[in-house]
Design a protein around this ligand. Structure first.
Ligand SMILES: O=C1O[C@H](COP(=O)(O)O)[C@@H](O)[C@H](O)[C@H]1O
Length: 225
């Protein structure tokens, strides 16, 4: 069962950024490098602004993407927000392994798996988000590829949600579940309530329930206001 860290909405981004930075410093001290995967969507932006202000040897950080939307619309791509975050970091920059390619999804997925083939199986930190439909990463229970995405050993998989827009590339559940630290960053009472209602319904196929049940390293960062 995930440990919950609940702050005021004003404090949450800064508190979470401090935790992520501390874990990055720990990983760099232990292995000389930190591999951290970040989610997209709109929720992480304030936390990433606070993270950009943290003093650390950013050149030793490799950033991966939890997922990407395969669309030409740069405003909808998750890499746009992550590039904005990197631009805000003063001085040396982390490396970002992007996923978007102007290629059909299957080919983009092969390329994505190739790009991360040198990354460790156990990433140091993954910051996950959650949609109000209960998806995390781009693991959408309504997608045809859902069972494959939850069960296969590939690092990235293709997913086409039926309700949400855009063809996606997503980290597979298998790769996510092996990370040393998993932070579920879900600001606001609505998302916290959604998390609680999913995790209290034992028969839900939501990936949030699978994470909560199978990943003792999962912690939730949220706010009630
Ligand atoms: O589509 C996505 O949704 C989730 C949640 O996004 P948010 O806008 O509600 O924060 C996100 O975690 C995921 O990376 C993204 O592709």
């Amino acid at each position: 069962m995930a440990k919950e860290h609940i702050y005021s909405s004003t404090d949450l981004p800064q508190r979470t950024a401090q935790v992520v930075a501390a874990k990055m410093i720990q990983a760099i001290a232990a292995r000389g490098r930190c591999y951290c995967a970040l989610s997209g969507g709109s929720s992480p932006e304030p936390m990433l602004q606070a993270l950009a202000d943290q003093t650390l040897p950013w050149e030793k950080v490799v950033l991966l993407m939890v997922d990407e939307r395969l669309t030409d619309d740069a405003n909808a791509q998750n890499q746009t927000m992550l590039n904005r975050f990197i631009e805000r970091i003063p001085g040396s920059k982390p490396q970002l392994i992007t996923l978007f390619e102007n290629e059909p999804p299957d080919k983009a997925c092969i390329m994505a798996n190739h790009k991360v083939s040198d990354c460790p199986t156990q990433l140091d930190i993954i910051v996950l988000g959650m949609g109000m439909d209960g998806h995390t990463a781009s693991l959408f229970p309504d997608a045809n590829e859902f069972q494959t995405a939850m069960g296969c050993k590939d690092r990235y998989v293709t997913v086409m949600p039926t309700e949400a827009p855009y063809q996606r590339l997503s980290m597979s559940f298998h790769w996510i579940a092996q990370a040393s630290e998993l932070l579920l960053y879900i600001p606001g009472a609505d998302k916290l309530h959604c998390f609680h209602s999913i995790t209290s319904s034992a028969d839900s196929i939501s990936p949030i329930n699978t994470l909560n049940a199978q990943c003792p390293q999962l912690s939730v960062y949220s706010s009630k206001d």
